[in-house]
Design a protein around this ligand. Structure first.
Ligand SMILES: [Mn+2]
Length: 346
């Protein structure tokens, strides 16, 4: 099974070019690591894990950053390498090398995208099939379960051994993007990678509890309210079904919660047996809607998201919507029929 886009795994020449790009940075050279806006576990963990790897190689001028406010959601705080993070406004303008992690397009780098033209060289590590390859060197593998899989390979080719600090970053990245080893990209190779990470001595129970299973009580109450208003439309998507719900800034304010607590809601909503497609529409601070889409295989939700200005993977995608929550869902309904995937054997 492959994602749309037709891009294949990096060739040996790409890996060699990436190794050469890193090796070309002198010890006093400046390296800027960037990841996508609102970093998730894969973006942040991949970036910080690689930042630590560069330190192990003797590079001292390493900055890591992401666009927007320099704030991490509570569950992602405290990762090893966090001390290398700087606010976007303080990121070096003309680094010798810029490396982008988990960002499917230049636009996902926000105000940091201009560094792609001012950096001496650029390297892109990603696993989104829709990535156009916006770096001078591109390591993009749509079949990789997480960007951290590519980070692991590049560190290995650079001769940087995994240690517990790097492993913690990469483990957070891997478990985030595989839904703790539940999604279809969870191959035997993913488990072998996880085994090598665990062999460094990291504690998966502690990490998972901190990253995935710790929320304020207000967030639990908020979840109940938002899930309680979910709607099921069995006829949508040509009878494959749609389940959706929405959350507003007022919901967050009433329960005193930050926006990140809404991220995990899609995992509860997508449990619905009667719907192939699930959707959570979240009002952002500037009045738009951040939309999360999931499919169980009948629909290519990345196609829906791309049509509506976003992107993602076949079974998990997102976009930014305008108007009312109803307007956003109506736009999704219209795109669903055109995004049906061929059924397997029935
Ligand atoms: Mn990712």
């Amino acid at each position: 099974m492959t994602d749309a886009g037709g891009r294949s795994a990096p060739a040996d020449a790409d890996w060699a070019a990436a190794v050469a790009a890193v090796r070309a940075v002198p010890p006093a050279g400046r390296v800027l690591l960037v990841c996508h806006v609102n970093p998730d576990g894969d973006a942040l963990g991949s970036m910080l894990g690689f930042a630590l790897g560069l330190h192990r190689l003797g590079l001292r001028q390493v900055q890591a950053t992401f666009p927007g406010p320099p704030r991490l959601s509570e569950p992602l705080r405290g990762l090893p390498g966090e001390q290398l993070l700087v606010p976007a406004a303080e990121a070096v303008v003309d680094p010798d090398l810029l490396i982008s992690f988990d960002a499917a397009s230049e636009s996902r780098l926000g105000e940091l995208a201009d560094r792609l033209t001012t950096a001496g060289s650029t390297l892109v590590l990603d696993h989104h099939a829709s990535n156009p390859g916006f770096g001078a060197v591109n390591l993009i593998d749509p079949r990789a379960a997480a960007t951290s899989v590519l980070v692991d390979e590049l560190l290995s080719r650079l001769g940087v051994p995994l240690d517990a600090e790097i492993a913690e970053c990469l483990y957070v990245a891997l478990t985030t993007d595989t839904g703790s080893f539940r999604y279809e990209a969870t191959t035997a190779a993913v488990h072998r990678f996880a085994a090598r990470l665990l062999a460094t001595g990291i504690s998966p129970g502690d990490i998972s509890r901190r990253v995935f299973d710790t929320r304020p009580f207000g967030a639990v109450r908020l979840s109940a309210e938002v899930i309680g208003r979910a709607r099921l439309e069995p006829a949508a998507a040509d009878g494959h079904g749609l389940v959706w719900t929405w959350a507003t800034q007022d919901d967050l304010a009433r329960h005193g919660q930050p926006g990140y607590v809404l991220e995990a809601l899609i995992d509860s909503v997508r449990c619905t047996a009667e719907a192939d497609v699930s959707c959570v529409v979240k009002q952002t601070a500037d009045g738009d809607w951040a939309v999360s889409l999931r499919s169980k295989g009948a629909v290519d939700v990345s196609r829906v998201a791309v049509e509506l200005g976003g992107g993602g993977h076949r079974l998990a995608a997102g976009f930014t919507g305008q108007g009312s929550a109803d307007d956003v869902v109506e736009a999704i309904r219209r795109e669903l029929a055109a995004a049906l995937l061929p059924s397997n054997g029935d």
